[in-house]
Design a protein around this ligand. Structure first.
Ligand code: SF4
Length: 342
């Protein structure tokens, strides 16, 4: 089958089988941008409510450019990787300075905006402006590696660019947006990672080299993952009456600007924690279950305690209703809220 015919066959499959997702009903470049940034590192189902809430609260690029960092963190709370949204605000400011509060319609100009890389620029350029720029993400790499039995590890921008060039052979120019959506959908729903892809449902089965040669499990070629650094901490939830002690993290580095509970380096025993916090006057102390929180490059091994205190200090003590309205707690600590007794 000729390359373009393969592309058309994929689009026909997509039109019949695609999931109904809110950002697939729009060509608004801002909405597409928001959805694409949220979808990086986050599952589709989890993104949907965040997407609606974000667009409603910040309906334009100008509104995004003027949002406070606390509002952005609250809107993003639970999605993780906060740098994505702080970068979006910087890019929105660039759009207001140079493009009248709109996203530029050229791929190269999109790439110059903060936080927009080749994948995101291609997605916006094709979905919103119908420009033929193939998207290359993990799903697309997996599908292509299997389709063509590619003995290549696509771990650099240069190699991804080469793959994008090759994908142009398959992409029907006038339907570039649908082609990009379709190949990503194929990777997400049919040509899946970890385990057997659903080749019996795949529109490319008869052209797929890995399928024909029974080599599906050999592709894609993956780089060996680096082992993550493990750090140990002890989290302490201090409760006085109906208020909880919150600590704001530094504006720089991991989970920057988010809120957390008290946290000590290392793994501490009940006796050590009692001694450390005795100046508050301890009414009750409980050990909470241990927890592991995984980031891209490191893992936190967390021990945790809850303490009911007699007194407070001048720090930030927050009532639950205040917390829910205004304070973005880092997701590593969210599950501890279940242990708070009010
Ligand atoms: Fe992937 Fe199977 Fe389709 Fe090949 S035939 S592209 S391995 S789902």
């Amino acid at each position: 089958m000729k390359n373009q015919e393969l592309g058309i066959k994929l689009i026909k499959w997509y039109e019949k089988h695609k999931r109904d997702l809110p950002w697939r009903h729009t060509t608004n470049p801002y909405h597409i941008w928001v959805s694409e940034i949220m979808l990086q590192q986050t599952r589709v189902e989890a993104v949907i409510p965040y997407y609606h809430r974000f667009i409603e609260a910040l309906p334009s690029i100008e509104a995004l450019s003027q949002a406070s960092d606390d509002q952005l963190r609250k809107l993003w709370q639970g999605l993780g990787y906060y740098r994505r949204v702080t970068n979006m605000k910087q890019a929105a400011i660039q759009c207001c300075q140079f493009y009248n509060g709109e996203l530029p319609s050229s791929y190269d100009q999109l790439l110059k905006l903060k936080g927009i890389g080749p994948y995101c620029a291609s997605a916006i350029a094709s979905f919103a402006f119908h420009l033929p720029h193939p998207v290359v993400d993990g799903n697309v790499i997996r599908v292509c590696s299997r389709l063509w039995c590619k003995d290549e590890c696509y771990d650099t921008d240069k190699k991804k660019k080469q793959l994008a060039q090759e994908l142009l052979q398959l992409m029907p120019m006038e339907r570039c947006d649908l082609f990009n959506q379709a190949i990503m959908e194929l990777g997400a729903m049919v040509c899946i990672p970890n385990g057997m892809p659903h080749c019996d449902k795949c529109p490319w089965q008869t052209s797929c080299k890995a399928y024909q040669q029974n080599k599906i499990n050999e592709y894609p070629i993956l780089k060996l993952a680096k082992s993550r650094k493990i750090e140990k901490y002890t989290v302490v939830i201090l409760q006085c009456g109906e208020q909880i002690h919150f600590v704001k993290r530094s504006e720089e580095g991991l989970l920057s600007g988010l809120y957390q509970f008290d946290m000590l380096e290392g793994s501490h025993s009940l006796a050590q924690i009692k001694e450390h916090f005795q100046h508050y006057g301890i009414i009750e102390i409980k050990k909470l279950p241990d927890k592991r929180h995984i980031f891209t490059h490191k893992e936190w091994d967390l021990k945790a305690y809850w303490i009911l205190t007699k007194t407070k200090d001048d720090g930030l003590w927050v009532h639950r209703q205040q917390y829910e309205k205004a304070y973005a707690l880092a997701s590593a600590f969210e599950s501890y809220l279940n242990y708070i007794t009010f």
